[in-house]
Structures are given as C-alpha cells and as structure tokens.
Design a protein around this ligand. Sequence first.
Ligand code: GLN
Ligand code: ZN
Length: 741
Amino acid sequence: MKWTRTVIGYPYIGDNREWKRCLEAFWKGDVTEDAFLQQLKGIRLGRLKRQMDLGLDYLSIGDFTMYDRMLDTAFMFGMIPSRYAGERSGSDLSVYYAMARGTKGAVACEMTKWFNTNYHYIVPEYEGQELSVTKNLLLQWFKEARDELGLVTKPTMIGPYTFIKLTKGYENREELAAELIPLYRQVMAELSEEGADWIQFEEPALVLTLSEKEVEFVKSVYEQLTIEKPACKIMLQTYFEGLSAYEELVNLPVEGVGLDFVSGYQQNITSMKQYGFPAEKVLAVGIIDGRNIWRADLAEKAGLLQSLLDLSKAADVWVQPSSSLQHVPISTTFEQKMSADIKGLLAFADEKITEINQLVLSFNEPGLPLDGNGRTSQKASSKLAISPEDFKRPAPFSIRQDIQARKLSLPVFPTTTIGSFPQSKEVKETRKAWRNKEITDDAYAAFIERETERWIRIQDDLGLDVLVHGEFERTDMVEYFGEKLVGFALSEKAWVVSYGSRCVKPPIIHGDVSWIEPMTLKETAAAQALTEKPVKGMLTGPVTILNWSFVRDDISREEVAYQLGVALRKEIECLEQAGIAIIQVDEPALREGLPLRRADWEDYLSWAIRSFRLATSGVQDETQIHTHMCYCDFHDFVKPIEALDVDVISIETSRSHGEFIHSLQQTPYEKGIGLGVYDIHSPRIPSEAEMLEIMQDSLEVLEPRQFWVNPDCGLKTRKEEETIASLRHMVNAAKQLRSYI
Ligand code: GLN
Ligand code: ZN
C-alpha cells in the first residue's frame, strides 16, 4: 500500500496578499515586466517551499496564475478574441491583461462564478480562430521547480471537458474538441519529456448531472486524448460533488481518478459500494474539506479512509483535500487577535495539509492518537421559537400596496438609489485612521454624520424621492453585520480571491447567531431626521450573509439561515418603531447560492426564501419592504422572487433590458419593481435620453403603478461627480416620463 500526500491546488495570493500587490503595481506601471515576473517567481517558489515544509509528498504546479486559470488555459491555446488584436503589438502580458480587464477599445471577457464557489473565472471565447500551444507556462513552472528546488511536481490544469464546457461561442463542440485535444496532448508530451510522471486534469464539470449524450462526449474526449499517449499518467480530478455517472467516468482511459468525499461523500461512497473502483488505478481521496475552514475530526476521517480502502482495493492512494485550497485562507497562525477558543476550531490551507499528514501517519503508525475537531467548547445550538405565522405578512400585497401608497404618497415612477454612495478617499482614510486608533470614536462618528448629511442634501437637491443614508460606515455589506451580531468572528488576514486580484475576507459564523443591539438604527434615524422624504433602512439579507461567510458545519445551513432571519427581524422591528417607513433587505447572493445540481434547487430555495420571509414578515402592512439583487437573468427566477413577497424589488437590467422585457412578457410580475436604468460598473455618465428609452420600453410590460427608477446597484465605487451627474439625468428622465402619462 502506497500513500501519497498531496493537494489539488494551494492558494496563490501569498501570506500578506503580496500576489495581489504585485499585480496591481504592475497594472499601474510601477514595476517593469521583468521585475514583475521575478516577483511572481519568488511567490511561486515560496509557496512550494512552504508545502514541502508542511510535509506533502507531491506538489502541484499550475495551481498558480497571473490572473485566472481558465484565462491561462485559453491563453495557452491562443484562444484570443479578435477584439484584442490592437494589443498584439505589446507583450504577451498586455494581451493577457486586456482579456482579463478590458482596455479603452475592447471590453474585458465575461466573468462568471466558478461552480458553486464565490470565485469568478474568465469565460473563454472561441471565434473559430486557429489554435496552437502558444506558450506552455506549465512547462516553464515545472522546470523552475525542478531546477530551483529539485522537485518533480505534478502539473495541473483545467481538463479538456470542463474547458470546452465553459467556453462560449462555438457551434459544434466536437469540432472544438478536435481542435483542442491535440494541443492538450502536446502539452502533456512536452511535460512528459521533461520528466513529469503525472498530469492532473481538473474536471469539476464532471460532477454536474450528465446526460447519456454528455457521457458519450466525455468518453470520446478522453479516448482521443489518450491515443498515442505520452508516458506521463493522467489524474482525472473531480471536485465539488460526487459523480452522477460514476461507473463510466472511473473507467475512462486514465491512470488515476480523484473523488470528492466531502461534498460528494454520499454519492461517491454509494457508487463505490455498487461498482467498486478499478484496481489498477490510483484513487485520489478528497477527504479533508477544501471549502470550509473547520478542523476535521481526524478519528472520523481515519475511519472513512479505512472503509474506502476496503471498498476500492486500490493499491495506490493519494490523500488530499476535497478541492483546491484556493477557496480557503492560508494559515490561522497569522490571526493574532482572534480568541484561542475560536482559533482552535479552525483549519486553513496549511492546517489542512497538516491534517492530511496526521491522517496518513496514523495509518503508518497505528495507535497514534488523532485529534478531534475541537468542537467541545462550542455551544449546542439553541432551538429557535418560530411559528408558521412568522413567515407570512399579515395582509397580501394587493392590500398592502394601497395602504403604503397612502402613507408614502410618492409620485409615479419614484426615483431612488440602491444604498451606498461613493466611498471617497477621504471616507476610506478616515475609517483607516479610526481603525488604527489615530482618531477617536467620536471624531469618526462625527465624520460619518457629516458625510451622511452632505449626501442627504445632495439627494434632496437632485429631487430623488426615496433617499438613503449612504452606507459610509460600512466597508462591506456582510462584514459590517458580522461585526455586530453574536456568533461571528472576524479575521485579520483570512483573505480569499473573489476574482482577479480582488480578495475578500468572509466573516466566520462559529456559533449561534443572535441580535443584541441595533446595528443600523443610529445612522438611519439620523439621516431621516434631516429630511421630510422617506429614508430607506438598509440591511443585508440572511441568505447573502450566509453565502458570503464561512459557516459552521455542525448544524445545517438552513438552521443558521433561520437564526440570521430572526436576528434581522429584530433589527427591522427597531427601524420600524423609529419611524422608518421603507426597509430594503439586499439579497444579491440568493441566486448565487443555488446548488450545482438542479435537483437540489428546490430544497435550497425553500429554506432560503423562508429565512428571508422570517426576517421581513414581522412588519405592519404600511411598512414597505424592498429587496435588491444584482443579476439580470430574471427569467427563471420570477417564482422565487414572487415567493419573497417583497413590496418592491430593484434589479440590474440596464445592460440587458431587452432580455428583461422579454422575460416579463413570458412571466408577468405584479409587485413593485425598480429597474436598473444605468450601469454603475462604468464611469460613463449616461444621457437622459438613453435612460428614458429604457424606461419607455419597460413600460410596455410593466404598469406605471409598479414602476420604480434607480441605478443598477450601489454607487460606492463611483466618483462623486459621476454619481451626481448620472443621477441628475436619471431624475430628469423620470420627470419627463411622468409628463407623458
Ligand atoms: N446596498 C448595497 C449597496 O448599495 C447593495 C450592494 C449589492 O447589491 N451588492 O452597496
Ligand atoms: Zn447590487
């Protein structure tokens, strides 16, 4: 029996996010390309050394990137859309980053969520251009690890099936496969020649529900790939779920198969019981959770590993986390301020590698004691006292609508914004000074108050109908609530990449969530006191808080969502009592949280929606509940939106208003709806006429009575001048529209 301790991939951002800083400095032109490449090499070698020190037997290369690994794959094959032709005169990197970030003349490639994670990848585009291996970076990195550290590493790349599946623009995927497979073979051959024993193809798309036709396609891809195969072996790596087509997939012509025994535990173990595992293949067991941050119960994991060995009879086993570790922070050792109790519950990337180590050691040295998960100190979850009425507003929308109209007396086409106003340099610097204790709490509070007042005046002058306080006190819409609710811990350095060089630091929900004191009342009430117009209370919804946090795994996500719902319900009650007539509960992550498989959608949506309703149903009929989501494919989501039973929803539609109108023709929606009439992601100031046109088109499918006017999303990343100018055009466009009816 041979054990190999390995990982699918390791974080690339560096202990202090130095990777991010290198990229951003290079984009600004602060460092030369040579210096930049040198810095990246340092980061690459540093992370390999770290993993060696932690005791891994087999390290990966190719889990590093200069922006995104899907983009790397497209780039390696020369799959560069023609709109970047103008960049070709520059270096390779200028084309690469043009695809990632766009240029003046060419918009960036689209970005979308990587399966069910919060990471976003660059979507490759195939235009029928001729493909070839333009630059085999894997080879360069393989040699680098060999020459500098004396390591034979495992090159890893996005596998052909997943890559083809996620590429857009082709009509015939068999053709695209025929183009690409020889290139994959060439990459393998080049690596093999330099001494690579294995290449790992990451194929997360194999965990989706595959039709028979799809399985046939996968088979043909792997059969073609392995004709005249170079000497190096293939590890077919799957993660994020079990395999629905287990039997066919484990029998593909590859030498090893990696399976997820965390998220995919039930399905993979059931299939393995039924179909076994091919004895001649290496089994890579994803046993330590690569997505969550909790310490594993190693005694339990050892039991599971033993039962897998008994079932599979595999001779060679790789023991690894269930997915790449890029989804978790690097190490808990950097958390200086966190309480020891909480730190004791956590395992980030490095600690997970140590767990792998201990697990394997325990098989080699039976009798070695294994750690539990440290959960003894954790409070048992207290049962929530909730009844079915708590999920329902007392009166239906049709009745609420009239009561609210009388109370608010807003004009038709009321204008509003999504919540945040520009977080200027001054706002950021003042917050930083306060966090560093350079200015007092009072001085900071006074600054926030002044900024809020200034923006209330601006909104009043612009003639907006429903105002917001501007969210100047918040850095992040989830972290802010994490700081104030019980049951959360915040880290100092637990960063993970969200997309490109953008990193986020998700709060950690480690215990029962509860509300202790008002979180938003002071700022909201202060803003309301400055104006006659209604000021919206602004909260982040339970599902978004849940989906953008690291969540405890000893109780169900559903239960945590209800705890959050109850906590937010209390906040809403306070706002209502203070006379806030409109409360917006943002849920941009509701849709994002959809499980990978459609069959699991209904269950998720049912509890997610219930948790939202739990938060928002305690109010009087006259209190108007809003929500906001930032995505545009409304069409398959009308039912869940209906089910939220909000009085008004604002959504992003400016870039896709044609599609939006089309979906409303198919599935009518009757409640209030705020159309994003301009794109806030761009510094461009839209004209009155173009916004008016969007509104007029939309009136073909919406009743004037339900129609709200607002930008696509919050304005915190925009400049003050842009914001004011755009909103002035928006308000004027709404006034024009009123004059027509
Ligand atoms: N209220 C938040 C804001 O305006 C909403 C952000 C979001 O939708 N992501 O910034
Ligand atoms: Zn938004």
